[in-house]
Ligand binder design. Sequence first.
Ligand code: SF4
Ligand code: SF4
Length: 260
Amino acid sequence: MPLNSPSPSITAMFREASQEARSVVNRLVAQKGESLDWIDDLRQMQVGYLDKSSQKADRECRAGCSGCCMSAQVDVTGIEAIAVADYLKMCVDPATLSKIKLRLERVTQRRYDQMSGTARQLPLACSMLGEDGRCMVYPVRPVICSGVFSISRDSCLDAEKTAKVGDFSSTIPLDNDAIQATGGISGTLQRILIEHDLDGNLYEFNSAVLAVVTVENPLNRFLAGEDLFRNAICTDAHSPPRKLAAGRHKILRPRTAKRA
Ligand code: SF4
Ligand code: SF4
């Protein structure tokens, strides 16, 4: 059987993780709390599924191995970006934080330039990758970062040499149970935010952290409906405030026709 083929246990993993994430995220929205609590609770749930993976023993990821962080484009919800920004503000000294902000600005600008075709389509290293090859925000890293495991490091090394912008994992055999559970959790987080009339869109990670790293009380403002990510790069504009709800278009058309 090819490594990436779906199996009944994989589908069950996705469904189970989605279902549990629904109650966890609903509780977090009701509690409001701190952004780090959100990530702690999501991570705790995710780890339970990652531990159950049938491919756990085959994973070849190790601390300090960072080809994926050098090459992959990471997309996050606003909540995940806020948690990283809050963590940086709390745990990083001012001089390091200034350097990180400059890196966030540089990577975000480069992504914009790549999107407009004025920069070469080469992979960009994540701003949170430390000089020692480790993630500087490891305890609060995005859900996708903690749910992707390669089962062939050689494939990662090959991909590193040939990856184009935003493209790293298509040729790498991954722990599929982990990916399924992570997809269930991430998708449900987006869905529940939207159900609560909040921003459930996905944003390019560096630009999203940049958007909130200088904002006071970003979680409270996000949960109050403030559009904190209007200047971030939206990679999947599937809902308000980036995309108008279908119902709004339907209301606008008859009014315009009446005036004419
Ligand atoms: S996904 Fe690949 S490059 Fe990233 S940590 Fe795992 S083995 Fe290393
Ligand atoms: S947030 Fe951390 S784990 Fe994720 S891509 Fe960046 S450096 Fe790697």
